[in-house]
Design a protein around this ligand. Structure first.
Ligand code: TPP
Length: 335
């Protein structure tokens, strides 16, 4: 595994990041099982195979930095510090969920850790990011915003609008494109004009770089550099992290449209095993890793049990915490 960051000198920090990756993987496996067992309504889009990107980026953020995400947002949320217990309750639609069970998988949000929301509308997170960044500017703060977007999302209009606005106002946004190469069932490069996402960003004057997203070290070092530059006023930047979606688009998609050889090759590059091999080669014992996995699996299994037995929200709460359901828009306004 190429080692390109200071992380190589900090095995304890790698262990902590690996623990987060394990937590994401275990959460996603459990979410998929719960979906198949009929406990989760709506849909579940698993982040399996992309864990090193969320963890490598978010390890370089502060709690008060902001994050926006897309439909595949569980990994981003956990990496930013959202509570996986509350997230599981949310998936099951129960009281105690991140939105008391009213948001579901695609609307995980936890403002206390800067997680401004997953978003089922492709590319709408990027315009929200730019709005948050504008607020940061107006309030004269030194926070930054990271927007996770897929390689399919970059073909929607709001993405171009967000890049343009972010650059015109030199806003503190990191556009984090996860290129897992497939958008639903379409090979994204077949529907993307031009020379790709990095060149597209550069055409707006936004510095962009392409990295191996399955290499935790490369993600960490690139994110560390860009986050520092953006915080110091560089204006927006973009990272394209190359990866591969190891599962179907959503939990009930068998993904028969994928080339089996391509999948086989991708499995050989997936981030969990790569990070684990690095740990083993750098003095972390197999027993320590096994104990970590057992602890994380037990933790997630506990959240599933708890969610299964948690109360449903009372029907009278259906219209609380939601926008514009008849409440006056302005103080004193009648309806
Ligand atoms: C505006 C909009 N159009 C279409 C969809 C349906 N849709 C959901 S996910 C998806 C593909 C997204 O691909 P990508 O952005 O590459 O993310 P990935 O699923 O690969 O992580 C589409 C077309 C949607 N949710 N929103």
């Amino acid at each position: 595994m190429p080692v390109s960051s200071n992380l190589a000198n900090e095995p304890a920090r790698v262990v902590e990041m690996f623990r987060k990756m394990l937590l994401i993987r275990a959460f996603e496996e459990a979410a998929g099982e719960a979906f198949h067992a009929g406990h989760v309504r709506g849909s579940v889009h698993q982040y399996i195979g992309e864990e090193s990107i969320a963890v490598g980026v978010c390890a370089n953020l502060r709690d008060d930095d902001y994050l926006t995400s897309n439909h595949r947002g569980h990994g981003h949320s956990i990496a930013k510090g959202a509570d996986p217990r509350a997230m599981m309750l949310e998936l099951f639609g129960r009281v105690g969920g991140t939105s008391d069970g009213k948001g579901g998988s695609m609307h995980i949000a936890d403002f206390s850790v800067g997680m401004l929301g997953a978003n089922g509308v492709i590319a709408d997170g990027c315009t929200i990011s730019v709005g948050a960044a504008q607020a940061i500017r107006l309030l004269n703060q030194d926070r930054i915003v990271v927007n996770f977007i897929g390689d399919g999302g970059i073909n929607r209009g709001p993405f171009m609008e967000a890049l343009n606005w972010a650059k015109v106002y030199e806003l503190p946004v990191l556009f984090m494109c996860e290129n897992n190469q497939i958008a639903a069932s379409t090979t994204t490069r077949l529907v993307t004009a031009g020379e790709g996402i990095a060149k597209r960003a550069e055409s707006f004057g936004i510095p962009a770089t392409t990295i191996d997203g399955n290499d935790l070290f490369e993600v960490d070092s690139t994110a560390a550099r860009m986050v520092a530059e953006i915080r110091n006023g560089s204006g927006p930047q973009l990272i394209q992290a190359m990866t591969y979606r190891l599962r179907g688009h959503f939990a009930h998609d068998p993904a028969g449209y994928r080339d089996p050889e391509e999948l086989e090759a991708a499995l050989g590059r997936e981030p969990m095993a790569r990070t684990e091999s690095w740990l083993l080669e750098n003095g972390v014992g197999a027993d320590e890793i096994a104990a970590l996995k057992a602890q994380v699996d037990g933790e997630i299994a506990g959240y599933v049990d708890e969610a299964m037995n948690a109360p449903w929200p009372d029907g009278s709460l259906a219209f609380t915490d939601v926008q514009d359901v008849g409440a006056p828009a302005f103080p004193g306004e009648g309806r």
